[in-house]
Design a protein around this ligand. Sequence first.
Ligand code: GDP
Length: 286
Amino acid sequence: IRWYPGHMSKALEQISELVRKIDLIIEVLDARLPYSSSNHLLEQVRRNKPCIKVLNKNDIADPAATRAWVQHFQKNSGVRALPLVAKNIPEVKSLVKLCKQLVPHRGNPGYPIRTMVVGIPNVGKSTLINTLAGRSIAKVGDRPAVTMRPQQIPLNNGILIFDTPGLLWPAMDDQGGAYRLAASGAIGANALDYTNVGVFAAAYMMRRYPELLKERYKLAELPETPYEVVEAVGRCLGCIMSGGVVDVHRAAETFLRELRAGKAGRISFEEPGTPEDVEAELLRFA
Ligand code: GDP
């Protein structure tokens, strides 16, 4: 998806229009980076409608970080955070239950809870809608909503979903956010250099999950710099060029692929209230 200002304001306008007609917003965030996978402009068009922040992909997020995020969001009244895995039927049923708690006057035959699922690309909107529906529904637009008619999907659990236009663009208002989105796979790394993103991820892992790094890549001791960590990962995974030199670009790419798939363990890229100096320190390496 290529966002440009016209697309952005149009998508937001359409969401704003649809919000009038609904009872509840389901905002899907990536549990590994709830801040950067959100779009704060949603708050401006929310019209004080209740909102559930689904922290999706919780299967690959750090459980301690997810707990901290749930507490963090609890402080904001009218907003509830629910960690889940979009394919997990019992967990998605608990989402339906929460919808009914937040909109107690609806959710009966003839009076469904009207809701819409919004979120950035790739965060799991389609997967969630399919699980809610109990069947496979056409892929939610993977293009901005501008070209689409809103669709209503009645579900047999008292929910009615407007499935488009739910597409938001990520909040890339800071450089760290852009790097975290790229490291997590939420956005393609092509805008940023792969090696830089890999080195950034290595700096973060050194700081936050050194033991996972050592274990997965068989390192007795962590090297001094993030760049050397990427090299060490490359040696461990066999990203070697002729002459025995580590292919750092390929090492970074493979490293990121592993982190994104949870191969090094369950990791989160953000915690609530990370101090600015930590942020600045990590960016120094990118
Ligand atoms: P959408 O663009 O927001 O509709 O996202 P999709 O539903 O198409 O999901 C994007 C990718 O994330 C797909 O590869 C899904 O399989 C994957 N995905 C969705 N939900 C989860 C989840 O809870 N855990 C994990 N690990 N992957 C998920």
